[in-house]
Design a protein around this ligand. Structure first.
Ligand SMILES: Cc1cc2nc3c(=O)[nH]c(=O)nc-3n(C[C@H](O)[C@H](O)[C@H](O)COP(=O)(O)OP(=O)(O)OC[C@H]3O[C@@H](n4cnc5c(N)ncnc54)[C@H](O)[C@@H]3O)c2cc1C
Length: 415
């Protein structure tokens, strides 16, 4: 694979851009692979890349029913931060955030990581206490994260209304090294880098069944035929329950729609990501100038990847209260993705009741930020057959052993 560089751009400019290669190969599926990963979202692709890069395992297929990155990875609002509450969450999210820092250089693909800072508002006394506790926990873990006053918030985000009518802003939890990245580029970059190392990415190939014998998994049935494997990793976000059902076990996850919208583009007004849990909305500004707005998850289970109007109304109302200057902006598009939520709002990475089948799911509303760290940890698990330290706390059996990793305050709404 030819490297992308300033020199390559100049060379192609001189020969009318006739020399660019396809970013990744699209081979037909082979009959058998050492590892098959279902789902070419960020987590599946990152897992494939780190399997090849860190562990030298390249006889790998990533099987995707649609187009790569077309699930939640290409639908999210791209917030990246690591200031979670529990030690195991902080460890995996900080690993991920730090991998994002030089990801573009490592995979030779510009993922547009922008550490512009993330700010989570406290608008009730309860929230203020919760964020203070998180800030202390973050400090103990060596993660940069601090409490800021309403005055500091006004300096960081001049367009914010701190004395709002219902819920004045009492403070905020700020992570200066948090930020955003371009979601498609993360999927495309990992796909290109994994493909260059020999991984087969097979799009338009839906998994319809899982084959087993007395010793565990033997392969999968797909719309492109059967594929044999003794190691299967299910990484399908909102469809996790469906795949688990095919494999013959159940997961403690619920699939719900989560939605987002963008406004018409405007001049730069905000260079920080702001999340307002109490009034329920969050906003950042894209490089194109659109205000990127995220809302809440639907209160009922479903599998349709689209938004619902009542949530839009609530989200926009919350944000107009927080940023009155957006009240006359036109909204351009809205969309939804299906996220899989666990009871403790933490992911599941681990083995399953079926030998040879591994799972990575349950990232709910906040898994974009985790893509590099999760891929790293899942690749370790697939290489060794069991999770290492980063993934071990997130095993499926924590639900039967009562070892919850409670992030319901830190992760349920505001990513
Ligand atoms: C509106 C919205 C906003 C969000 N905002 C943020 C945010 O700001 N920050 C953050 O950190 N996270 C955010 N998230 C969450 C984040 O997007 C997800 O946690 C993350 O993208 C999950 O990635 P994934 O690779 O696990 O899943 P996905 O990207 O959904 O990939 C799973 C893939 O599996 C494929 N698949 C499913 N079934 C099959 C099958 N039978 N056969 C083959 N392939 C199959 C799907 O087609 C899909 O491409 C948001 C999500 C949404 C919907």
């Amino acid at each position: 694979m030819k490297r992308y560089s300033a020199f390559a751009i100049a060379r192609e400019a001189l020969r009318h851009h006739t020399g660019w290669e396809r970013a990744w190969r699209s081979p037909p599926p082979r009959a058998e692979y050492d590892v098959v990963i279902v789902g070419a979202g960020g987590h599946g692709l990152a897992t494939a890349y780190y399997l090849a890069k860190n562990h030298g395992i390249t006889n790998v297929a990533v099987v995707e029913k649609g187009w790569l990155g077309g699930g939640n990875t290409g639908r999210n609002t791209t917030i990246i931060r690591s200031n979670y509450l529990q030690p195991s969450s902080m460890a995996i999210f900080e690993k991920s955030r730090s991998l994002y820092e030089d990801l573009s250089q490592r995979i030779n693909y510009n993922v547009m990581f922008s550490p512009r800072g993330t700010l989570m508002l406290a608008q009730t006394e309860h929230e203020l206490r919760a964020w203070k506790r998180t800030a202390h926990a973050n400090r103990i873990a060596g993660i940069d994260s601090e409490m800021v006053t309403p005055e500091q918030i006004k300096q960081i985000v001049p367009i914010i209304e701190t004395g709002g009518p219902r819920y004045p802003i009492l403070g905020g939890l700020y992570q200066a090294r948090g930020g955003t990245a371009r979601h498609d580029a993360v999927a495309w970059g990992y796909a290109r880098a994994a493909s260059a190392l020999g991984v087969d990415i097979i799009q338009q190939c839906e998994v319809t069944g899982v084959d087993r014998d007395a010793n565990g998994v033997t392969g999968i049935q797909t719309s492109e035929g059967a594929i044999r494997t003794r190691k299967l990793c299910i990484v399908v976000a909102g469809n996790s329950g469906v795949l688990a059902d095919m494999a013959g076990f159940r997961l403690p996850v619920e699939s719900v729609a989560l939605q987002a919208l963008v406004s018409e583009p405007i001049k730069p007004v905000m260079d920080c990501v702001v999340m307002a849990n109490t009034v329920h909305g969050y906003m950042s500004q894209s490089d194109k100038g659109e205000m990127v707005i995220g809302g809440g998850a639907d209160g009922f289970n479903n599998y349709t990847q689209r938004g619902s109007f009542h949530h839009l109304e609530e989200t926009v109302r919350a944000l107009i209260e927080t940023f009155p200057m957006i009240s006359r902006l036109k909204m351009l598009r809205h969309w939804g993705g299906i996220v899989d939520m666990t009871g403790d709002r933490s992911p599941i990475i681990g083995t399953t009741p079926v030998p040879g089948i591994f799972i990575n799911c349950g990232w709910g509303t906040g898994g974009f930020k985790a893509i590099p760290g999760s891929g790293w940890a899942t690749a370790e698990m697939l290489a060794d057959g069991a999770p290492r330290a980063l993934a071990a706390p997130f095993s499926l059996d924590r639900f039967t052993q009562g070892r919850m990793i409670d992030e319901s305050v830190a992760a349920a709404v505001a990513h």
